[in-house]
Design a protein around this ligand. Sequence first.
Ligand code: SF4
Length: 241
Amino acid sequence: MKTHVYHITYGPEVATAHLYFWGCNMRCRGCIRLLYGWDSHLPDPGGPKQAINPRLLTVDEVIEALAPYPVRRIFFLGDDASADPALEELAGALKERFDAEQVLLTNGLLLPPFHLFDDIQVSIKAVTPALHRDFTGVDVAPVLEHFQFLYGVGASLRSESIVIPGYIDAPEIRRIAAFIASVDAEIPYRLDAYISVPGAPWRRPTMDEMALAVGAACQYLRHVHALHSGMKRRYEVTRLV
Ligand code: SF4
């Protein structure tokens, strides 16, 4: 079966694979994929997503690409893996073949096959409906409902937001954190510093602006940390596909 996977990288030190999916159901104005269409942690990450003509892999091709390596952890990321109709089949086949820890990064707009993931990180762009629609082009309600549902079924949940100065900054981050805390104040929350992308009007936040956002989130949540621009994965990756 054809999947939406078009690119795979691997970190040998930590036996971790990264599956990059093609196709998203949001149209975020500040999407990092407008800068990096391939794994941005490669020594030469190449150009933006718009420059790629993807070749989508089958489930068997994904397994074949990973088969020569020890695999302890698999990340499902890129655009949105949940938008791939083959996700359940792929995640099930990988679980059976490698029995690795499977981590899904998703925007939460669709409900994923949660039973196949050991960790699900939901990116909440905003909770104010008009702001979410302005940034992503879609309603926030399903995202919040799915987040509550996933918690209710016992999924291991994390959350993440992008801090954008003057747009989605401390006041909105406080509201997002209040929502997450209404589910469970123990859910880990990561704040990413926005990286400027072509065509969007915003700049990168300063360290002080990040600190304000972290402080706002900490009013509600117990496990908040920030990922400042320029921070890299702690391991090297090579390209498999
Ligand atoms: S949900 Fe993520 S991948 Fe999709 S458009 Fe938004 S930032 Fe980009």
